[in-house]
Design a binder for this molecule. Structure first.
Ligand SMILES: [Fe+2]
Ligand SMILES: [Fe+2]
Length: 306
C-alpha cells in the first residue's frame, strides 16, 4: 500500500527550516547530561545516515514503476536531505561548547560512505542484491525513526523539565516528518523486493548497529563532556530515564521489534499522521520556513508580472 492510498495520505514536502543555536546550553535538558547526550547522538548519526538514504534512493528510483510511490520517494528524499543538514548544523555549536564530535563523526562517515557505500560490483545480480539489501536496511531504520518521532511528539516530560525550546523544536519538527513519511521506505522495499527473509535479516543488522552506535555515541559524549569529571553512560541510566519519560522506555523499544517482524506489519499502524501534521502547523521553525517560502513565491510572482 503506497502512502497515497492510505486514508491519512499527505503530500510530502521539505520544509526549509533553520535554527539559531546560540542560546542552547550543552545540557539542554537542565541538570540531565545523560538524557541530553543520549539524544545528541542523533546529531552524530543522522547527517551521514540521512545523506546515505538519499544516495541509495536516487539509485533505486529507476526501479519504481508506480507514479504515486515515486512521488512519495521524491518527497522523502527532500525531507531527509533537510534533516541531515539541520542536525549537521548543531555540530559547530557543540564544538563551541567544548565538545568536538569529529572523532566520532569521522567513524560514522566511514561507515555510511565506505562500508555501506557503492561497492565496485559488476552490473547485474550482485549490484542489484546490494541495492536491495540497502533499501531493506533503510526500511528497518525508518521503523525506528518513526518510533522515535512518535515518542518525541508525546514526550511531555521533556517540556515539564524545561528542555531547551529550540532543541525540542528541531526534534519534534524532524520527528513529525518521520511520522508523516513513515510508510515510504517500507512501501518502497515491498515494491522493489519485499522478501520476508531479507526484512528479518536487515532488521537484525539495523537493530544491532543502532544499539551499538547509540551506546558508543552516548559514552563518547559523556566521556568528552568538559563539564563532567567522570562522565559515564550505562544501560541502567537509559532504563531509569525511560521510566521517568525523558527517553523512550526499554519495554516500548522491545515491543516494537515483533511489530516490525510481523507479516501483517505496515508502518501506517504506528504513530499518528494527524498529530504530526498538527505539530508541523505549530512548529516555530516550520512556520518560519513556510513564511519564507510564501515570501519567496510572492517575490518571484511580482518579478514575473513586472
Ligand atoms: Fe529524517
Ligand atoms: Fe525518515
Amino acid at each position: 500500500m503506497s502512502n497515497k492510498q492510505s486514508p491519512e495520505w499527505v503530500p510530502l514536502k521539505a520544509r526549509k527550516v533553520s535554527f539559531a543555536w546560540d542560546g542552547t546550553p550543552l545540557h539542554w535538558v537542565p541538570g540531565d547530561p545523560f538524557t541530553s547526550h543520549t539524544v545528541n547522538v542523533l546529531h552524530l548519526l543522522l547527517p551521514a545516515g540521512e545523506r546515505w538514504f538519499v544516495h541509495v534512493y536516487k539509485q533505486v528510483l529507476p526501479y519504481v514503476r508506480d507514479e504515486r510511490l515515486r512521488e512519495d520517494v521524491l518527497g522523502f528524499i527532500g525531507q531527509e536531505a533537510m534533516h541531515s543538514q539541520a542536525h549537521d548544523e548543531v555540530l559547530p555549536h557543540l564544538r563551541e561548547l567544548g565538545l568536538d564530535p569529529t572523532p566520532y563523526t569521522a567513524q560514522v562517515d566511514w561507515l555510511f560512505e565506505k562500508l555501506l557505500g557503492d561497492r565496485t560490483l559488476p552490473p547485474g545480480a550482485a549490484r542489484r542484491w546490494w541495492l536491495m539489501e540497502r533499501v531493506a536496511l533503510i526500511a528497518a531504520i525508518e521503523h525506528y525513526t518513526a518510533f522515535l518521532g512518535d515518542w518525541v511528539l508525546n514526550a511531555g516530560e521533556l517540556d515539564r523539565r524545561g528542555a531547551d525550546p529550540t532543541m525540542l523544536d528541531l526534534l519534534r519538527w524532524h520527528g513529525a516528518e518521520e511520522v508523516e513519511h513513515r510508510s515510504v521506505a517500507f512501501d518502497l522495499f515491498q515494491h522493489v523486493d519485499g522478501s520476508y527473509r531479507r526484512r528479518v535479516r536487515t532488521w537484525a543488522t539495523a537493530f544491532t548497529a543502532l544499539v551499538f552506535l547509540w551506546q558508543r555515541g552516548a559514552r563518547f559524549f559523556m566521556a568528552n563532556d568538559p563539564t563532567l569529571l567522570d562522565g559515564r553512560a550505562r544501560f541502567r541510566d537509559f532504563h531509569v530515564r525511560g521510566r521517568l519519560g525523558t527517553l523512550p522506555a526499554t519495554g516500548d523499544v522491545l515491543r516494537s521489534v515483533p511489530r516490525y517482524l510481523s507479516r501483517t506489519y505496515h508502518p501506517s499502524q504506528e504513530g499518528s499522521t494527524e498529530q504530526a501534521v498538527a505539530y508541523l502547523a505549530s512548529s516555530p521553525a516550520a512556520r518560519a520556513a513556510e513564511r519564507a517560502d510564501r515570501g519567496g513565491q510572492h517575490g518571484r510572482s511580482e518579478k514575473e508580472t513586472a
